[in-house]
Design a protein around this ligand. Sequence first.
Ligand code: GDP
Length: 138
Amino acid sequence: MERTLSIIKPDGVSHGLIGEVIRRFEKSNIKIVGMKLLKMTKTEAEGFYMVHKERPFFDSLTDFMSSGPVVVMVLEGEYVIDKNRRLMGATNPEEADEGTIRKDFATEIEKNVVHGSDSPETASVEIAYFFNRFEIVG
Ligand code: GDP
């Protein structure tokens, strides 16, 4: 059994995609064990994406991620890290498979609707960034 962090990014929330993304998780038998709506400050977004701090898009990405509300969720299930990454599709929507969230809804490589942890190690760090143990209902 694994857990992963999912974020519906500001573009997903502003385009009215909260329900659609959650519907796809539920249809895939992915269990939501934590969920909240919040707006990150620029500093909080920088902390979350610290691994990308040397990348040329870091400033733009953290501006975007702190530009409006996001929905953060803890997902639980067997192989849920990979399962969520497959539902999301490739980072660049032009390269994403048909039927994935990013192919269907992303407008560009940065505004790509969803985030999902990419390994068990990053999942546990990312979950702890937003949730304490009382906010996860297993
Ligand atoms: P992910 O794991 O698929 O989200 O991709 P990464 O960890 O590589 O990148 C994190 C986030 O940075 C992506 O989801 C995009 O929002 C953004 N990003 C990645 N590559 C680029 C890029 O080349 N340009 C811009 N502007 N944003 C990018």
